[in-house]
Design a protein around this ligand. Structure first.
Ligand code: EPZ
Length: 417
């Protein structure tokens, strides 16, 4: 198992590239199964979760060719198997989005309960209720769900919880359902809009993606096509926090600044200057930063996936701030290690912490519990005095492509051993 050894406390400087969004590419891989024709996915990040998704799709029958870095060609002319490999599916929560294309194409899908994970419960009732609304039959037995439907029938549904993958899954199901599907209380993340644009380019008729109400006029088949993965707003945001926390000047290239509005607004409020260009942003080193509290929210609010990097940044800001994680109940546990690095954090309850800064951080040996907390530890280690070792780098590799190589280019002292 690899680890990162980081010598912190250095100012960083220069330009860093953002890769394609993992959480957009994974959905495009699933969408490729809605059509029997070839689909090419470009600008996919070369990360563990994408490799697992490719493996999972291959185990169902379609071919997946890794053409070159960031480019995959999927041909789902046949889907022979309707059951998701439980070993992979349990590790990859995003595998849940495959349920819609498999069901729509084969009339059946069998999958394990994805289970909880370190960040919280992660139920799937939204998916089960959604498939039932579209006329499917659901049987749950021995830890597996079997969902069957000869044809999916368009329906109106309102999500009782705003869910990103729930919205994406029902958009895909609706695309091949008979008649009209109306989804209300949808998630509005840019990755959802991007998925719908791609499906429309393949002949689907989807309106309103990126808003609370999405309307889908179902069709019997879709064409193949080409999908270009949008830039990863979480990766861009993590780099921006790193720049601000370490007092560095960093230009973050290849990003979509309008996907970062809540983050840029927050940084500005803290006193950090961010220059905005058409497809890049530059964080300007600032000597003093004021603490600003935040509540994580669905897009366009402040993303839960940036809560951990933000918390590291707040340890370097002056004053007291409340971080309220509203989406997941287990996503603050990682702060225990940050406290051992010297952060002054009070855990109020599973959803809220209070951070007082600024505090000096000291290097430590840390275990990466999940990908976002892992990235936050990398940021903390780069800001800390002395050496840190981050174990279980697999978690970071799940979502960030060769992060150490890109960080080295801006002057970070980080190596993989
Ligand atoms: C997506 O997860 C992302 N994953 C997550 O990123 C991200 O943290 C999350 O959206 C929120 O932005 C992918 O896109 C693959 P949700 P998702 O369903 O869709 C509750 C990362 O680090 N809920 O929007 O699984 C749920 O418990 C990952 O890249 C139900 O109650 O999240 C949570 O409180 C981690 N019932 C809330 O909704 C359901 O059936 C939002 O979860 C489904 C969800």
């Amino acid at each position: 198992m690899s680890k990162f050894v980081i010598n912190g406390g250095k100012k960083l400087n220069g330009e860093i590239e953002v890769r394609g969004a993992k959480n957009a590419a994974l959905k495009a891989f699933a969408a490729a199964l809605l059509t029997a024709e070839p689909v090419t996915i470009k600008n996919a990040p070369e990360v563990e979760d994408v490799s697992r998704m490719a493996e999972l799709i291959k185990s169902l029958g379609p071919t997946v060719k890794h053409v070159r870095r960031g480019e995959y060609r999927i041909v789902a002319d046949k889907i022979n198997i309707s059951k998701l490999d439980p070993e992979i599916a349990k590790k990859l929560r995003a595998s849940i989005v495959l349920t819609a294309p498999i069901l729509a194409r084969t009339g059946k899908v069998i999958f394990p309960h994805p289970g909880g994970c370190v960040i919280g419960e992660r139920p799937i009732d939204v998916f089960i209720d959604g498939f039932k609304s579209l006329g499917a039959k659901v049987v749950q037995k021995d830890g597996f769900y079997t969902i069957t439907a000869k044809t999916l029938k368009g329906a109106k549904m309102i999500f009782h919880n705003v869910s990103v993958t729930g919205t994406e899954t029902m958009i895909m199901a609706g695309a091949l359902a008979k008649g009209m599907t109306i989804l209300k209380n949808c998630a509005c993340e840019p990755e959802i809009e991007s998925l719908a644009e791609f499906l429309n380019s393949c002949g689907a008729s989807i309106e309103g993606a990126g808003t609370y109400t999405v309307t889908i006029n179902g069709t019997t088949s879709l064409r193949g096509g080409e999908y270009k993965t949008i830039p990863d707003r979480i990766e861009a945001g993590s780099f921006a926090m790193l720049a601000a926390a370490s007092g560095s000047n960093i230009r973050i290239n290849n990003c979509q600044p309008n996907h970062l509005d809540s983050l840029i607004g927050l940084l500005n409020k803290m006193g950090v200057r961010v220059k905005i260009y058409p497809d890049s942003i530059e964080v300007v080193a600032s000597r003093r930063m004021g603490a600003v509290g935040v509540k994580t929210r669905e897009y366009p609010g402040f993303p839960t996936d940036l809560q951990a990097p933000l918390s590291v940044l707040l340890t370097q800001a002056e004053g007291q701030a409340l971080v309220h994680e509203t989406i997941y109940e287990g996503r603050l546990a990682w702060t225990e290690e940050l406290k051992r690095m010297g952060a002054n954090i009070l855990n109020l309850d599973p959803h809220r912490i209070e951070i007082r800064g600024p505090t000096k951080l000291r290097g430590r040996e840390i275990e990466s519990p999940d990908l976002r907390a892992g990235m936050a530890y990398v940021i903390a280690a780069l800001c800390a005095e002395g050496q840190s070792t981050i174990n279980n780098v697999y978690q970071i590799d799940r979502g960030y492509e060769k992060i150490e190589e890109r960080l080295k280019k801006i002057g970070a002292d980080i190596r993989r051993v």
